[in-house]
Design a binder for this molecule. Structure first.
Ligand code: LLP
Length: 427
């Protein structure tokens, strides 16, 4: 499989989805997130072999993105009452077969328990307490069990969701106890789910099949569906390889077939990607506002910070970056090593850093204040992890589709920043 993306921005350095980034920046201001709908649709298509693709919306949950994937037959995962609300706003029905929305979590807060019960949302339980709490409120509810198989892997220890250092899922040795709890409450266990981590690799992902098969056999014939979880890696660096999806599907399909033989009925196979659908579709467009030297380092300081894209400060994550020429096509210019940082009043506000906060550099062309700097592969865990730190408004989000740019979330206003805040009237 190819090792790089085929996005037009990678080829042109000036256009996303056929639209000139400089024009888009003028129209929508910076910082601004751009999403290329065609890239998302291409990723969905690549997963067509699976019976159901369930989008882990935590990666990018703008209503326009949810609506786009819903119209292409993608189901949705929700990890909070807020995400259930979003899914409903984007047109997903509460109930159906397969369940359009699945609530996957390790707890029910009171709001999510109410919503799951009142709307009849399918629950994928990640703790024994969830089983008891749902069972007490709503006996007969169908559930699946998220099992922690005792191992996990991610691009960072912070995104490893398996093993005993992880809080996620039902510990594999507690499955028998959980089945008894479900039985006690009359809850039907209709499926088994595993998600061992985010941004992992083929070797680790493929180990899940055997563990899931064992868990499904332990649950028995009530299992109608299995979920491989998410975690599919995407290439962030030019040399990163794309995961071999055909091989991955083959492993899961074989697992499913063995279970079908055992149970004597069809078992559907789900996959639950977040990053895979949206990471490469997203770009954070920023403007260089200052260029300065600090001893041996040159800094390009842009108008977006970790308030807009937290992955570098959280995980030392690498994102491709490009400086856009003021006018005309991309030029082949000699590069120099620079540090790229943001506007926040905190030293960690650096986009070129390694895990642990060590400042790194990036080879970029010489630039002038006022030029655009585009951060790529920012469509997953970008906007959704934004904050208002330093009272910076959230950026705008723009969906690019069929040659059109649609503003799908307006940049926050200053009034939005203080909304809900109250100065108590003095006594
Ligand atoms: N399913 C479950 C149960 C999950 O916990 C997650 C991610 C996914 C699916 C989707 O994983 P994906 O396909 O996107 O790898 N903020 C981190 C990623 C945290 C992922 C949390 N759970 C990052 O920026 O890399």
């Amino acid at each position: 499989m190819s090792s790089t993306t085929t996005d037009s921005f990678v080829e042109t350095g000036t256009h996303v989805a056929g639209l000139d980034v400089r024009e888009l920046a003028k129209q929508f201001g910076t910082p601004c997130y751009l999403y290329d709908a065609a890239t998302i649709l291409r990723r969905i298509e690549e997963l067509a072999a699976f019976d159901h693709v369930r989008y882990a919306q935590k990666a990018c949950s703008n209503l326009a993105i949810l609506d786009l994937v819903r119209r292409h037959k993608v189901l949705v995962d929700a990890v909070s009452a807020g995400e259930i609300y979003r899914a409903r706003q984007a047109g997903y029905s509460a109930q159906g077969d397969p369940p359009p929305i699945v609530y996957t979590a390790d707890i029910f807060d009171r709001e999510s328990l109410d919503m799951v019960v009142e709307e009849g949302i399918h629950a994928n339980c990640g703790s024994p307490d969830m089983i008891d709490q749902l069972g007490e409120r709503h006996p007969g509810h169908a559930i699946t069990l998220r099992i922690n198989p005792g191992f996990g892997h991610g691009h960072s220890q912070k995104t490893n969701t398996g093993g005993e250092q992880s809080k996620h899922g039902i510990w594999h040795e507690d499955l028998a106890d959980c089945l008894q709890r479900a039985d006690h409450h009359g809850l039907q266990v209709t499926g088994v789910h595993m998600h061992i981590g985010s941004g992992t690799d083929f070797k680790h992902l493929s180990q899940v099949c055997g563990a899931l098969e064992a868990a499904a056999l332990q649950v028995g014939r009530s299992v109608m569906s299995i979920s491989a979880g998410g975690g599919l890696p995407t290439p962030y660096r030019a040399e990163d390889q794309r995961v071999d999806l055909a091989e991955y599907y083959k492993l899961w399909d074989a697992t499913r077939c063995r279970l079908q033989d055992q149970f004597g009925h069809p078992v559907s196979l789900e996959i639950e990607p977040g990053r895979y659908l949206t990471a490469e579709a997203g770009y954070l467009v920023t403007e260089i506002r200052a260029i300065k030297r600090m001893g041996g380092n040159t800094f390009y300081l842009v108008d977006a910070g970790f308030n807009n894209l937290a992955r570098p400060i959280l995980y030392g994550a690498y994102h491709p970056m490009t400086v856009v020429p003021v006018a005309g096509p991309r030029r082949d210019e000699p590069t120099r090593e620079v540090v790229v940082g943001g506007p926040l009043c905190e030293s960690g506000d650096i986009f070129t850093q390694e895990e642990g906060g060590f400042v790194a550099t990036r080879a970029l062309p010489p630039a002038q204040v006022g030029q655009l700097l585009v951060i790529g592969c920012a469509g997953a865990y970008g906007y959704v992890m934004s904050s208002n730190y330093n009272s910076k408004p959230f950026a705008s989000e723009v969906l690019l589709q069929d040659g059109q740019a649609h503003l799908v979330r307006a940049r926050q206003t200053f009034a939005d920043l203080t909304q809900g805040e109250v100065i108590p009237s003095s006594a």
